[in-house]
Design a protein around this ligand. Structure first.
Ligand SMILES: NC(=O)c1ccc[n+]([C@@H]2O[C@H](COP(=O)([O-])OP(=O)(O)OC[C@H]3O[C@@H](n4cnc5c(N)ncnc54)[C@H](OP(=O)(O)O)[C@@H]3O)[C@@H](O)[C@H]2O)c1
Length: 320
């Protein structure tokens, strides 16, 4: 079968022939129709992930066909029994287990779900990892309610954009930050009320003047900018972060945090029940993930370059 295989570090995976996955009891081989990229795939290819295995087939997100039915795969593996936190053996499809960038992927039968009927394979493939991460952050961790004010930082990110769509669908007033004015405009087209560039020095003052502060803030940048998120949080505000693109968090003001009764949550992907709830939410609100571009597996270099340079708005998808 055709697959994108990690052959050498610091290079995109190579489109090559790989053996079909073996038949294993309790597992099924899904015929992949579309598979979406995450930044994780780029970082793995650059050697910036623990447990890298040469020869692994990358890819966490996939939609395809099993026994004549259209399906979508939950890439969150081995979460365990505690819905609050994953167990030690928790991992994500696509490392160390062979992933979805192939014509077939082997997964546990209970990781396969009916594809939301309103989505085509490409749109459905764009959903799982980003959708699950955004869903847990917004609803399980922050308990978002209709009418609340939400700030999504760096809306050009895959998870951030999904969080924007979900928060709009939930009836929140959504504001965004981005490094690119055109991405803010696109987020507004998708229902966000407004946004500012995080590159403007006074972006927090501008947002505070316009909104009065945010009940929920979703972030994946962390770093020195995190302290500013505390400033734009409303009293009793909840801040959730699932990434650390800009590194360690410095300069937090404890007085500001305790006096405002701020809650800060770390979050990662989600458990099996959250994946099902996320699919139900997407079907109920007819949410369509934003797809930036679609590539053949042979064009893997172009796809990886597009994500490495942060040129995309929405998911980059391969079709098999
Ligand atoms: N824990 C989990 O389960 C999980 C799941 C998925 C991702 N992640 C992590 O989350 C992060 C983002 O992942 P992704 O796949 O969504 O990435 P991505 O699509 O590559 O997006 C990264 C985004 O970060 C934003 N950004 C850059 N500098 C920023 C700043 N100073 N302030 C705010 N935003 C800034 C950019 O937004 P603009 O383009 O709008 O400027 C960029 O699009 C990564 O650290 C990733 O490892 C974690």
């Amino acid at each position: 079968m055709k697959a994108l295989v990690l052959d050498e570090l610091n290079k995109p995976p190579v489109c090559s022939e790989a053996p079909l996955p073996e038949a294993v009891e309790g597992k099924v081989n899904v015929r992949i129709k579309a598979a979406a990229m995450n930044h994780r795939d780029v970082w793995i290819s650059k050697g910036m992930y623990p447990g890298i295995r040469q020869g692994v087939i990358l890819g966490s997100d996939g939609a395809g066909v099993l026994d004549g039915k259209d399906v979508i795969i939950n890439p969150s593996l081995d979460w365990g029994d505690d819905p609050r936190v994953q167990q030690k053996s928790y991992h994500i499809l696509g490392l160390p287990t062979n992933g979805t960038f192939a014509e077939y992927v082997s997964v546990d039968r209970n990781k396969v779900f009916a594809k939301p009927a309103h989505l085509n394979f490409i749109e459905a493939a764009a959903l799982p990892l980003a959708g699950l991460t955004a869903y847990r952050a917004l609803f399980s961790r922050c308990g978002l309610k209709s009418g609340e004010k939400v700030l999504i930082s760096g809306v050009g990110g895959g998870v951030a954009l999904m969080a924007c769509l979900f928060a709009v669908a939930a009836g929140a007033e959504v504001w965004v930050t981005s490094g690119s004015a055109w991405k803010i405009k696109k987020a507004q087209d998708l229902g966000a009320k407004g946004g500012v560039s995080y590159k403007d020095e006074a972006w927090d003052k501008t947002l505070l003047k316009e909104t009065g502060g945010f009940d929920v803030i979703i972030d994946s940048a962390a770093g020195d900018g995190f302290a500013t998120l505390v400033k734009v949080a409303a009293p009793a505000g909840r801040i959730c972060f699932y990434g650390g693109t800009r590194g360690k968090i410095n300069g937090l003001n404890p007085q500001l945090m305790f006096w405002k009764q701020i809650s800060v949550f770390g979050s990662t992907m989600g458990n099996d029940a959250e994946f099902e709830s996320m699919l139900d939410f997407v079907s109920e609100h007819k949410i369509v993930p934003v797809v930036d571009s679609v590539y053949s597996p042979e064009a893997v270099n172009e796809a990886f370059e597009r994500m490495s340079k942060g040129l995309q708005f929405g998911k980059i998808v391969f079709t098999f």
